[in-house]
Write a protein that binds this ligand. Structure first.
Ligand code: FAD
Ligand code: NAP
Length: 339
């Protein structure tokens, strides 16, 4: 039996804490249940939104369709040898809990991705990344159910078109598949990456003598807890915009006018600019409008102090886009999924 509920309040299911209602709502915790659901007439004809932890979306209006909440559990062993382990993880598993499972078992590769909110199933969507590590480095296979046919299919890593905060699931295949399981290959040998951001200085502060997975994970947790608003206290969905990757001529013009601008070379022709810095230069950092605004410690994060509407936050993002366009002639792209 499927417990399909009508006029469902999504406020507790999105980290922005936006009050929005879906016409219908149902959760599922296995693929058979999902396939049955997708065949029901009143589900088949509705627009669908697959929901994980709701930490990378903004509801700008009520959702006039069915929200299907993915609660598929479990971490299962696929294969293991002396050097590597492959795990098959249910899309509904909480991402940070999975990272902690790996940290505690000394499976190396995703410790820099500690404390990212959301579900395992959403991780391939935008190829989650932080501190110089992207999840594409460890994903071997994505299992998914096609929404229209209900058929199970799978995508090897090289079939997912993983890119900076992007994959086929966010682009060409958007809204076509429900990711059910993700396979991860992790190393049993340490190969740490602490060169990015504040990790090394945080480890020094923690007085860590010998590098180890637990302390690196803890360093990331400390930095993040200090800098990012906790969605349980202040509504947000992390970085609202992607960092723009721009051609050398634009980079040269910006660095001439702003020698202090953070610029990270991507290849011989392009560099990445920090969107947070661009937004800050436009005067938005820490700005509060009624009960929403731009976070004081990281201008990339838009916040809902309580009671804001998704439309207000979307309009704020539009104003920010326009400011950056006017000042730098750069068009920022939203990272957060808008509904
Ligand atoms: P949701 O918000 O539920 O969904 C996001 C999108 O994916 C939606 O379009 C949804 O339909 C789709 N989707 C979700 N699950 C599935 C599925 N099983 N099958 C098909 N489609 C699905 N992101 C980073 O990359 N790096 C960071 O460092 C980072 N830090 C963050 C910090 C904070 C404080 C917050 C609030 C967010 C942060 N994020 C970060 C963004 C977010 O946590 C990630 O993108 C996360 O992977 C979203 O997972 P979710 O389950 O909450 O996805
Ligand atoms: P930060 O360390 O203050 O750095 C600012 C920006 O500079 C980041 O966006 C990062 O790009 C870039 N950067 C820093 N060091 C770099 C290096 N050595 N090489 C290339 N680029 C570098 O950023 P932060 O806000 O505290 O975030 C720390 C990490 O967590 C970042 O990787 C960020 O992406 C991630 N994060 C993501 C979200 C999200 O919702 N997507 C939210 C919070 C934090 P990158 O973003 O490309 O890494």
């Amino acid at each position: 039996m499927h417990n399909i509920q009508a006029n469902y309040n999504l406020k507790e299911l999105n980290t922005f804490g936006i009050e929005a209602f879906s016409k219908y709502f149902c959760s599922f915790d296995n693929t058979d249940q999902l396939k049955e659901l997708l065949q029901l007439n009143n589900v088949r004809n509705e627009e669908k939104l697959i929901l994980g932890g709701g930490s990378n979306l903004l509801f700008t209006k009520n959702f006039e369709g069915i929200v299907l909440k993915n609660d598929i559990p479990n971490i299962d062993l696929v294969s293991e040898d002396a050097n590597e382990i492959t795990l098959k993880v249910g899309a509904g598993v909480n991402w940070h809990e999975f990272v902690m499972y790996c940290v505690n078992n000394k499976y190396y590769g995703i410790e820099n991705l500690s404390l990212i909110p959301g579900s395992v199933g959403a991780a391939p969507m935008q190829n989650i990344g932080a501190y110089g590590v992207e999840v594409k480095n460890v994903i071997t296979l994505v299992e998914a159910i096609e929404i229209t046919s209900g058929e199970t299919t799978s995508f090897k890593n090289n079939e997912c078109s993983f890119d900076y905060r992007s994959s086929i699931f966010k682009t060409t295949h958007k809204n076509q598949f429900v990711i059910s399981y993700v396979h991860f290959k992790l190393s049993k040998q340490p190969d740490f990456n602490i060169s990015y951001g504040a990790i090394a200085s945080e480890l020094e502060k923690m007085k860590v003598q010998e590098l180890n997975i637990k302390d690196i994970s803890q360093a990331v947790i400390n930095i993040r807890s200090n800098k990012l608003p906790n969605p349980k206290e202040i509504g947000n969905a992390g970085s609202f915009f992607k960092n723009p990757v721009v051609k050398n001529d634009i980079v040269e013009a910006i660095s001439k006018e702003f020698p202090e601008a953070p610029i990270y070379k991507v290849n011989d022709n392009e560099s990445k600019l920090a969107a947070g810095w661009l937004i800050e230069q436009c005067g938005w950092k820490g700005k509060q409008i009624k009960n929403y605004g731009v976070h004081a410690k990281q201008a990339l994060v838009l916040v809902n102090y309580g009671g804001a509407t998704g439309k207000e936050i979307y309009d704020l993002s539009e104003s920010i886009l326009q400011s950056v366009k006017e000042k730098f002639d750069i068009e920022l792209e939203r990272e957060v999924n808008i509904y």
